[in-house]
Write a protein that binds this ligand. Structure first.
Ligand code: GDP
Length: 181
């Protein structure tokens, strides 16, 4: 029953230290370790969503996406991916600005048929550091609304469930997304 299976390629992008590895490792191991090596890897992870076995191939890279935009590696990633996790830190305004640039670049490359429901999730990480917040939820929600992306705030450090729900939400979007190409 192929209809009961789904495979999806996901890339996790964002500037340095926003928690890309922390989110990926949290999903895979349920743990928050604190420090992560600089390893470029593709991880595989299977779970059930709506009674369907879903396998995610997650590309986590230590590089800052700001540096690699316009490079061939960046293009390769965008081509490879069915879905995107665009991470910023709620305490880092520059990382948020970078996410909005990433959305534009991805959407101009991918040409989504249903632009209102792009398989892209804008993720505000480090919600536990609310006392140092510089990016309001409302502005991130508005960015997502205006660009047809999904939005959520999570804490890789404190909340496994928020991370799991974020990936599940993206899987739902990928299922619904259709490419014109
Ligand atoms: P990456 O460069 O985007 O892959 O970021 P990392 O996953 O290596 O995380 C960068 C730093 O932020 C590390 O010191 C993590 O421990 C920390 N970090 C990641 N997620 C969170 C979070 O949700 N809350 C807090 N307080 N720290 C986090």
């Amino acid at each position: 029953a192929d209809s009961l299976k789904m495979d999806a390629n996901i890339v996790v992008m964002g500037t340095e230290s926003v928690g890309k590895s922390a989110l990926t490792v949290r999903l895979l191991t349920r743990r928050f370790i604190g420090e992560y090596g600089d390893i470029e890897s593709i991880y595989s992870h299977s779970f059930m969503v709506d009674e369907r076995r879903t396998t995610l191939n997650i590309w986590d890279s230590p590089c800052s996406e700001d540096l690699s935009v316009e490079t061939s590696l960046f293009e390769k990633k965008v081509q490879w991916a069915d879905g995107f996790v665009l991470v910023y830190s709620i305490c880092d305004r520059a990382s948020f600005n970078s996410v909005s640039r990433l959305i534009q670049t991805i959407k101009s490359t991918k040409d989504y048929l249903n632009a209102d429901k792009a398989p892209i999730v804008v993720v505000g990480n480090k919600r536990d550091l609310h006392h140092r917040r510089t990016v309001l939820s409302e502005e991130a929600r508005l960015l997502a609304l205006n660009t047809g992306c999904h939005f959520c705030e999570v804490s890789a450090a404190e909340n496994y469930h928020s991370v799991l729900m974020m990936f599940h939400g993206l899987v739902g979007r990928i299922k619904g997304a259709k490419l014109t190409t």
